[in-house]
Design a protein around this ligand. Structure first.
Ligand SMILES: *Cc1c(COP(=O)(O)O)cnc(C)c1O
Length: 332
């Protein structure tokens, strides 16, 4: 039995600290522990954000990071919206590359990869700063080798549609920040317990948004429908990649509002598919939607052909088996 996703870490990580005026020279340190003051801002007021991206081993032995620029841009945005000190993007890129290069020999071959977790948080020891940003911070790049996400079989997920609550405060949605996952935890725990759902699809006021950690895509024939970007949800890099590949294949991409009513109506059609997109699982099929105590199969309720085709197209680029026509890979 392989280790659970994200539980094995490489022994070192790159780290840098902001002292209020300057960033320290990045170092490689042990990834076993960091020293924090118990009054550190992050521990009390959740001044933290992170990224998740992957490095892939190719047949020629090279190691390639997928869409690093997009992830760094999102990390900068998260940091800014949390009032954290500004990161130097070139330094962040170098720290990511250095950490991956340090463990290049241990990047698993496809379908495995090296999962990269850059993390930035406020360290100022000041518990009186509930409504003031931390002036000091820490940024590190932790890496974790991961195996085949679908090793246990490619099973279609069950999603509970939640139209009363929301995942997080609407102005926090586009920030990849710890507090948002804490906010979504109770509804997810309840959905697992009461209807054996795998995830909750948050649809505040009937507006189909996303799950706790992945974006939602509806695939109806040649059309992909997904919520248009606004500040209420996380702008997934996988979402963008899948939509780009779908356009390349001649599919119609509709980024617009999708209501629960329209979703259920379309899902009932035999050829319809739905999927969740995110770095960890790439594209995971959704087979069942649960709404107001009733179960609705999506299409045939299994793993859809288009979902599989799109995932294969993305994996082929990541794994070096198809041309990287969009310039998404950074070779180490
Ligand atoms: C990380 C995340 C996603 C997916 O983003 P990717 O860049 O595709 O990995 C979607 N929604 C939430 C809430 C997330 O945290």
């Amino acid at each position: 039995m392989a280790a659970a996703f994200g539980t094995v870490f490489m022994p070192e990580m790159a780290i840098t600290w902001f002292d209020g005026s300057n960033w320290s020279v990045p170092e490689m340190v042990s990834s076993n522990s960091i020293t924090l003051h118990p009054g550190a801002h992050v521990l009390h007021y959740s001044s933290t954000c992170f990224e998740g991206l992957k490095a892939f081993r190719h047949e020629d032995g090279s190691v390639n990071i997928f869409r690093m620029d997009r992830n760094i841009a999102r990390l900068s945005q998260s940091s800014r919206l949390l009032g954290l000190p500004a990161l130097d993007e070139a330094t962040v890129a170098q720290m990511i590359k250095d950490t991956v290069a340090r463990f290049a020999d241990e990047v698993p071959a496809p379908p495995g990869s090296l999962y990269i977790r850059p993390t930035h948080f406020g360290t100022e020891p000041a518990i009186g700063k509930a409504a003031v940003p931390s002036v000091t911070s820490c940024f590190f790049v932790l890496v974790s080798p991961v195996g085949d996400y679908f090793a246990g079989g490619d099973k279609a997920l069950r999603l509970l549609l939640e139209d009363q609550g929301m995942r997080c405060a609407p102005h926090m949605g586009m920030i990849k920040s710890g507090g948002n996952y804490a906010s979504a935890l109770q509804p997810i725990m309840r959905a697992r317990e009461t209807v054996q759902a795998d995830q909750v699809l948050f649809c505040p006021g009937g507006d189909v948004q996303e799950t706790g950690a992945a974006n939602f895509l509806l695939i109806d024939g040649n059309e992909i429908i997904t919520k248009a970007l606004d500040q209420s949800f996380l702008h997934g890099v996988t979402r963008d990649s899948i939509l780009t590949l779908a356009r390349d294949m001649g599919m119609q991409v509709s980024e617009r509002e999708l209501t629960v009513d329209e979703l259920l109506e379309r899902a009932a059609k035999p050829g319809c598919e739905a999927a969740l997109s995110g770095t960890a699982a790439v594209l995971t099929p959704v087979g069942t939607l649960i709404y107001q105590g009733k179960e609705h199969a999506v299409g045939q309720g299994g793993v859809g052909e288009t979902t599989r085709k799109l995932r294969q197209a993305l994996n082929a680029i990541q794994w070096g088996q198809a041309d990287d026509t969009h310039g998404w890979l950074t070779r180490i």
